[in-house]
Design a protein around this ligand. Structure first.
Ligand code: GRG
Length: 298
């Protein structure tokens, strides 16, 4: 395992330990709800978003302990979005992170409520984290407000709505990018910005790191589409350029596989160049995470 994978595993373990504490020490929570929340929260996953919070804070010399609650909060928001995305009324998926989806185990009502509870908890955790870290009141409020915008109707939820409305048809590139900017990009950008804000980033550093995160978010999504197409071809034996492949709203369907891969590489190079060019960022880990995104297989 190379250094960055080792680093990501370590960060994932740290986050998981803290997440476990958050759900365990929850007095007054019905046992069944706690179980459903814990089931999805502790189901593994890459923990990319929390790792970005921690790596960004670290790159600016921030204290990891202060960033950890924010890392956990974004993973709670992400997990809620996955639980709801899998519901029968949305993607109707049976498996997620290698195990049965939340609603398959606990029923639809409990899955909806577990997602609701995780989303709400995330905002409590951010507020608590800001108090414990002694963040200036204005910084804390701005951060929490940004979370509401990026996770909500103007961000991830809005992106999901646009995605649902655009389903079953080929979209223009601009439209596809617009969906992903909010559906997946906003939470990734928020992760990096939280790490930066907790570590007292300067205005210029914040702008630069936002640019890094936006490129990373798009690269992540394109790469996800590429992996999907390659997986369908290799594992399911679907033919290259099948109608099904061409009619999906994905980057490979619009641009072809080679051009999609080139785009990912270019975005990652741009993201890395931004980090390298900004004074005061010790960004080796951020560069390595960007590289990992291009090389990841799942
Ligand atoms: C239901 C409000 C609401 C929003 C859902 C994020 C999302 C929005 C849906 C997930 C569906 C999906 C496959 C989106 C593409 C982005 C993506 C690859 C998400 C999965 O994130 P990973 O790969 O998952 O980081 P792990 O399991 O590793 O955390």
């Amino acid at each position: 395992m190379d250094e960055i994978q080792q680093y990501m595993r370590e960060k994932a373990e740290q986050v998981e330990e803290k997440l476990g504490e958050y759900v365990k020490e929850a007095p007054g929570v019905p046992k069944s709800l706690k179980e459903a929340m814990t089931y999805s929260l502790m189901a593994g996953g890459k923990r990319l978003r929390p790792t970005l919070v921690l790596a960004t804070a670290e790159a600016l010399g921030g204290e990891e302990a202060k960033a950890l609650p924010f890392a956990c909060a974004v993973e709670m928001i992400h997990t809620y979005s996955l639980i709801h995305d899998d519901l029968p009324s949305m993607d109707n998926d049976d498996y997620r992170r290698g195990r049965l989806t939340n609603h398959k185990v606990y029923g639809e009502a409990m899955a909806i409520l577990a997602g609701d509870a995780l989303l709400t908890k995330a905002f409590g955790v951010m507020a608590e984290g800001a108090l414990d870290a002694g963040l200036p009141g204005e910084t804390a409020l701005n951060l929490i407000r940004e979370g509401a915008v990026r996770a909500g109707a103007e961000g991830m939820v809005g992106g999901q709505v646009k995605d649902i409305q655009g389903e079953n048809g080929k979209l223009e590139l601009e439209h596809l990018q617009d969906i992903h900017r909010s559906k997946t990009g906003d939470l990734i950008t928020f992760s990096v910005r939280m790490g930066a804000l907790v570590a007292n980033a300067t205005e210029n550093q914040l702008i630069t790191l936002t640019g890094y995160a936006e490129r990373l978010g798009l690269a992540f999504q394109i790469q996800d589409d590429v992996l999907d197409v390659v997986g369908d071809r290799e594992k399911l034996g679907k033919p290259v350029g099948s109608d099904e492949e061409k009619n999906k709203a994905t980057y490979p369907a619009l641009l072809g596989l080679a051009a999609s891969r080139d785009w990912v590489r270019n975005l990652v190079e741009e993201a890395k160049e931004l980090v390298r060019s900004e004074p005061g960022i010790r960004g080796a880990r951020l560069l390595a995470i960007a590289d990992y995104l291009v090389s990841r297989e799942s």
